[in-house]
Design a protein around this ligand. Sequence first.
Ligand code: FES
Length: 194
Amino acid sequence: MSNSEESRRGFFGSISAWAAAAVGAVIGVGPVCVGLYTFIMEPLRKKELPNKEKDGGSAKEGFFRVASVDEIATDVPRRFTIVADKLDAWNFMKDQAVGSVYLQKDEQGNISCFHTTCPHAGCSVAYEQDSHAYHCPCHNSSFKLNGEKLEVNGSTNPSPRPLDTLTVEVDEATNEVFVEYKDYYTGRHDKVAK
Ligand code: FES
């Protein structure tokens, strides 16, 4: 075999070895990449509140157990915190406060529920015993006990809509109150869930 033939074979041999090494590297790295992608993306895909059901899963999807019927007064609205498990990109946090509502019973036992977020710009409304109304301290919106806007002393109420109502369900077997809790966009005339 001539020298030039030998060097040509050596050259092609090296290329084959490099090609085999490259293919091997791609095949080997592929599963690692897939694993990394899954590790990073899986928590993002699950970026939602996990199971919102409480107490043995007796709540319907989207409903939170808030109180027992006996805890809700007829004379004044009471504020309750919505508690749920929370999951962000990588952390699971048990029993976190995710919002709050006002609940009140009428004489017939019907329960009304209002979101505590002011529809104007998102501050928190508070029930005021003296005026028997909800009041937002940020820009002085006021609301009647039925959630309607209230004009106090001729002032203009900046809220574009009444307080946001939320759906309530009572489990007759346990006397527990469940609320379909949602957040709504503020600063709009229509009530649109986020
Ligand atoms: S945020 Fe409540 S009045 Fe503006």
